[in-house]
Design a protein around this ligand. Structure first.
Ligand SMILES: [Zn+2]
Length: 114
């Protein structure tokens, strides 16, 4: 029997770009660390979007569809990455990718503490 570990899986966060004012919702698919700033996803913006450090009230983003997701790459994926990125992953860093719009939520989270 496996004990349930507390991790940050499926934890949502938000990144806000001060240049264009657009915020994107992210979700952590695996446990790991995520950067506090990412390149803005708005085409032509070129700004930096800053993390809310998981402090967004769940009511705001619980229903939102994440635009990006953070995931732990497989060993095979890691071998094809740059040295710097490999180091990042080795230290527990997650990688970012766009969430496909047509992808259905695999695990609807209804779990509530307590
Ligand atoms: Zn922007």
């Amino acid at each position: 029997m496996e004990a349930k570990k507390i991790d940050h899986k499926d934890r949502k966060n938000m990144y806000l770009c001060k240049t264009c004012g657009i915020a994107v919702v992210s979700v952590d698919r695996d446990s790991g660390t995520t950067p506090f700033q990412i390149a803005c996803l708005t085409s032509g913006c070129g700004g930096l979007a800053s993390s809310f450090f998981y402090s967004v009230p769940p009511a705001y983003i619980q229903e939102a569809n994440p635009v990006i997701e953070w995931y732990k790459p497989t060993d095979e994926e890691v071998s094809g990455l740059s040295k710097a990125t490999q180091e990042h992953v080795k230290k527990g860093g997650l990688l970012m990718r766009r969430v496909r719009r047509d992808e259905e939520d695999r695990q609807p989270t209804e779990a509530r503490p307590g």
